[in-house]
Design a protein around this ligand. Structure first.
Ligand code: NAP
Length: 268
């Protein structure tokens, strides 16, 4: 029986990512690890080489695996990534010495119901409910079964704390320290006129909140649900229920990880 410890390497298809993966694989093999050619669900770690987009795609592609994951940034921003390609040796020293911790984050899950069935989707950063084909949407928004607003505008974005630095931030949402497990709802181009009243800033709810969204009937076929950039279109969406999942995504963080340090480096 092969008793070697297993590490999955995933990479984007740029030459830089592929070269980095080759280097990393040779280093891991020298350290006695097994690096399989295809994804192994028995692995102790996933190393994802690319940008945040590759990181998100990897988690979606392998259905939110229960395996710690770390990113090596060969992309543009690399907010998720812990390691730069020139720090691989240092990372491996720290990993083998156990000089790291696991940050557990809960993705959002949405149950999207049509008249005939319900479909589930998950988002690590966010789930967006917005107008398809540039239509204004009118959404009844319920929080724990209380109607809080009939919203009119381009749509709403529901973000995790981890996703607060992504699309949420670009549309004026708040940055949230990931130690706070909350759900943030941020409006996309809300309409505020004598005809329509919509909230204009983010609203932040506790982790256990259930948000239910009913699109106004005549616009049922003109909304699209986008989870981490993946679009979902279904005929006759009548209800979308969102809440934080009980599932944990395990982000491997090096011992010196500091969220606000990263915000300053990447944004400010
Ligand atoms: P994408 O090109 O993969 O990502 C768009 C940008 O968002 C990239 O610069 C990406 O970093 C960055 N990003 C992703 N997750 C982040 C996070 N947690 N914190 C900070 N920045 C982050 O776009 P996509 O495939 O359409 O969607 C993937 C994600 O991109 C979505 O979940 C959404 O949050 C974000 N997005 C942002 C906007 C916007 O800001 N206007 C619009 C659409 C989507 P890398 O360069 O390292 O990949």
């Amino acid at each position: 029986m092969d008793t070697r410890r297993i590490i999955n390497i995933l990479h984007s298809d740029t030459k830089f990512s592929m070269d980095t993966a080759k280097y990393l694989k040779s280093k891991l093999i020298k350290l006695g690890y097994h690096v399989p050619n295809s994804f192994d669900f028995e692995a102790e770690l996933i190393i994802c080489i690319g940008g945040d987009g590759s990181f998100l795609r990897a988690i979606h592609q392998y259905d939110f695996p229960d395996i710690p994951i770390i990113g090596i940034n060969t992309g543009h921003l690399g907010f998720f990534a812990e390691v730069n390609p020139d720090e691989i040796d240092n990372f491996l020293d720290k990993y083998t010495a156990g000089d790291y911790f696991i940050e557990e984050i809960n993705p959002l899950e949405a149950t999207i119901c049509t008249r005939t069935n319900c479909i589930e989707t998950r988002g690590i950063n966010e789930i967006v409910i917005k107008g398809d084909k540039s239509r204004t949407v009118h959404l009844d928004i319920f929080v724990n079964n209380h109607l809080i607003q009939r919203f009119s505008g381009d749509g709403i974005l529901v973000a995790t704390s981890t996703g607060s630095t992504a699309y949420n931030y670009s549309i004026g949402g708040s940055l949230v320290d990931p130690k706070l497990n909350v759900v943030q709802v941020t409006p996309l181009a809300p309409i505020n006129t004598n005809a329509y009243r919509s909230f204009t800033s983010s609203v932040i709810f506790p982790a256990e909140t259930i948000i239910k969204v009913n699109p106004e009937y005549r616009f049922e076929n003109s909304i699209v649900i986008v989870s981490d950039g993946n679009e979902h279109r279904y005929a006759g969406i009548s209800e979308v229920v969102l809440q934080l999942s009980e599932l944990d995504i395990k982000l491997l963080r090096l011992a010196n990880y500091n969220f606000w340090g990263r915000v300053i480096n990447k944004f400010l």
